[in-house]
Ligand binder design. Structure first.
Ligand code: ARG
Length: 256
């Protein structure tokens, strides 16, 4: 009975893809600072016409080819035609900057499922490719995810007052190592796996609602994408990311 309630609470956290997240503790790309479009040209924000937010903000994504963005599978709950990808717009309210494209195709990783949340990846094909924009390379080395590394996460998601909303923020999040998340029973029950996930962040810096699908970057490569977490910047509950290396071969097949 208690177990069912816990599972239900988790489902609420997971389905709150940037839009409705009243069930969870709202803080921001917590503890971050403003990021510029020039330092993160491959950072893409997905908006959705059914979003409850005035800007339409929905999820984060990363440009991995001129016509492909990588995001989270759990962000793909709406019809194809309701999504727009935007690049080069640090402040979502400033529609005079950046460019946007509709989505012509959604591919969801065949290994994604909502019971263990692994392979939380979707690749979207842009109707109008973002040409002449730097793309980000996929990390292929599984050893890149190691305790002590300090990757940076980017996103337009909730800031809980530590910065402006709907504005591109970044924060360095310490990689805590898989053991740290594997020691958390709730996280294991929710599907955390060493090969599939990265465990990062602490009480001062974390991703939050609306950042899902967005890039976690280390040494100029895409180490992982924002996937889930309990609350935001809670020292007892790190951020959980979908690790690229273990899925890189499958992801690359979608990009040519
Ligand atoms: N599920 C959230 C989203 O859809 C991302 C949660 C990340 N949470 C965290 N504490 N790192 O935007």
């Amino acid at each position: 009975m208690l177990k069912r309630a816990v599972v239900l609470a988790w489902v609420l956290v997971l389905v709150s893809a940037g839009s409705v997240s009243a069930a969870v503790d709202k803080r921001m790309i917590v503890g971050g600072t403003l990021a510029s479009v020039s330092e993160a040209p491959w950072a893409v924000v997905l908006t959705n016409s059914q979003s409850s937010r005035p800007t339409g903000r929905w999820c984060g994504a990363a440009l991995i080819a001129p016509d492909k963005v990588l995001t989270a599978a759990h962000c793909m709950t709406k019809p194809l035609s309701t999504y727009t990808a935007i690049q080069g717009r640090a402040d979502l309210n400033d529609t005079s900057t950046g460019r946007s494209s509709g989505i012509s195709k959604i591919w969801i990783h065949p290994g994604y499922n909502t019971s263990d949340n692994r392979n939380d990846f979707a690749i979207l094909t842009l109707a109008e490719p973002f040409r002449r924009v730097a793309v980000i390379a996929l990390e292929t080395n599984p050893k890149a995810d190691r305790k002590g590394a300090v990757p940076t996460v980017y996103g337009w998601g909730d800031t809980a007052g530590t910065g402006p909303d709907d504005t591109l923020q970044k924060v360095a999040v310490p990689d805590l190592g898989d053991d740290r998340c594997l020691a958390n029973k709730e996280y294991v029950a929710n599907g955390y796996a060493a090969a599939a996930n990265v465990c990062a962040g602490n009480g001062t810096g974390d991703a939050c609602q609306g950042d899902s699908g967005g890039p976690l970057v280390l040494n100029g490569r895409l180490l992982a994408t924002v996937s889930w977490g309990k609350g935001c910047a809670d020292p007892s509950y790190p951020g959980v990311y979908a690790e690229i290396a273990s899925a890189a071969a499958t992801l690359r097949q979608q990009v040519r």
